[in-house]
Design a protein around this ligand. Structure first.
Ligand SMILES: CC(=O)SCCNC(=O)CCNC(=O)[C@H](O)C(C)(C)COP(=O)(O)OP(=O)(O)OC[C@H]1O[C@@H](n2cnc3c(N)ncnc32)[C@H](O)[C@@H]1OP(=O)(O)O
Ligand SMILES: O=CC(=O)O
Ligand SMILES: [Mg+2]
Length: 365
């Protein structure tokens, strides 16, 4: 465990300020397939927020990039107003505060925790470089929570969007009991790494592998032949690292933004790759992306049906059985349980999905 410097293991779960709420020992899984971004300083967008309650798992008031410098204070105050006046029901309220080296972040945290701390579930921190950034936010949140008299801790989500952050990903995940998860920030990360893509997430046609030349005996003869190419995923390595670091620390990994709003097909592909690798959700920047995220990050009824059959066939969970010509054993049972448990958690909050899963045999409840 990456305990804070000069503290012992048991101190890790002590509140960092007198009167602050007790840190959580486990981060509960709460469905967060779509983390929907809105700019609280944009009156048209802000007006849509109450109507989006229940349609997305998370509503996130964004104060950082994409909010004009002149609008930073209006965005902060807009979020306070929305937080106070909206009944969020089953939907979580998150915020993305400004970067820790910006002139706005101290007021962002002070004002939001003081005014709507009881409504805020998670604070997303951008451009996290290492555990020291999380320690700073951790202590400050504890002080602010104590001052506001909050009775539950606000959780912290870090964006993985600097090369140093990627290098330190494990220590970031273990830096505080508040750590809820990580999102990939492909735009800032590409810039920081000096990658040569100008896209906000997604693939690139130049990042590919090519089929071998047709003649195995004289490869040079066929180099000009027409050969199939296969586009590769620029983000595979980073997502895989992020998933392992999160799993190791019992927190949740997310794909971040997909900037080509019109290309919902490629968005779906990128989100699905992340889902298959272990991510639990992604950001939605525009209403068009909400259905995509909800669909992709919910297991299909067919997958759930298959997983349930394996669970049933495995009886006490030990040994090996054949099902549809395939071997199933303790390990594949565990894979199926991941699917079944997720389906149950989602069905509990999503009546449409519940109906789909019930139609193929129902959830265990
Ligand atoms: C790299 C990163 O940091 S990514 C994270 C930061 N970026 C963001 O948060 C971007 C958030 N999204 C946006 O700012 C906008 O969606 C944009 C700029 C991408 C596109 O905005 P527009 O050009 O207005 O989109 P469009 O005209 O298609 O909008 C259609 C309607 O949806 C609304 N809308 C657009 N985005 C959102 C949103 N995120 N939430 C709620 N409503 C929205 C618009 O206000 C508009 O409403 P109207 O029909 O009443 O006029
Ligand atoms: O903040 C997100 C990013 O991609 O940068
Ligand atoms: Mg960014």
């Amino acid at each position: 465990m990456a305990a804070q410097s000069a503290t012992s293991a048991k101190d890790f779960f002590r509140p960092l300020a007198v009167g602050a709420p007790q840190p959580l020992r486990e981060i509960p899984f709460r469905p967060s397939r779509a983390i929907h971004f809105f700019d609280p300083s944009n009156a048209k967008m802000a007006a849509k927020v109450p109507g989006m309650v229940g349609t997305v798992d998370v509503l996130l008031g964004n104060l950082e990039d994409a909010v004009k410098a002149d609008n930073k204070e209006a965005a902060r105050e807009g979020l306070v107003e929305i937080g106070r006046s909206t009944d969020f029901g089953p939907t979580q309220l998150w915020t993305r505060v400004n970067a820790l080296d910006s002139p706005w972040v101290l007021d962002d945290l002070t004002r939001l925790v003081g005014e709507i701390g009881d409504k805020l579930d998670v604070v997303m921190v951008p451009k996290v470089q290492g555990a020291e950034d999380i320690h700073y936010v951790d202590r400050l949140l504890a002080q602010l929570e104590a001052k506001a008299g909050l009775d539950r801790p606000i959780l912290v989500h870090a964006i993985l969007e600097t090369a140093r952050g990627v290098a330190n990903v494990e220590e970031i995940c273990g830096a505080s009991p508040r750590m809820q998860g990580l999102s990939l920030g492909p735009a800032d990360l590409a810039a920081d790494r000096r990658m040569k893509t100008t896209r906000v997430g997604g693939g690139h046609p130049g990042y590919l592998v090519r089929e071998d030349p047709p003649s195995p005996t004289d490869p040079a003869a066929g180099v000009d032949a027409r050969r199939a190419t296969y586009q590769q995923d620029l983000w595979h390595y980073t997502i895989a690292r992020m998933v392992d670091a999160c799993a190791m620390h019992g927190i949740y990994p997310y794909y971040g933004p997909f900037g080509d709003i019109a290309d919902v097909t490629a968005c779906e592909d990128q989100f699905r790759n992340a889902f298959l690798l272990g991510c639990v959700g992604a950001w939605t920047l525009h209403p068009k992306q909400v259905d995509v995220a909800r669909r992709v990050f919910s297991p299909s009824a067919d997958d759930v049906a298959h997983a349930r059959r394996v669970v049933a066939a495995m009886g006490d969970g030990t040994g090996a059985v054949m099902l549809d010509g395939k071997m199933e054993d303790d390990a594949s049972l565990k894979q199926c349980l991941v699917m079944v448990e997720l389906a149950e958690q989602l069905a509990a909050i999503d009546p449409e999905l519940k109906a789909q899963y019930d139609a193929i045999g129902g959830t265990d409840d």
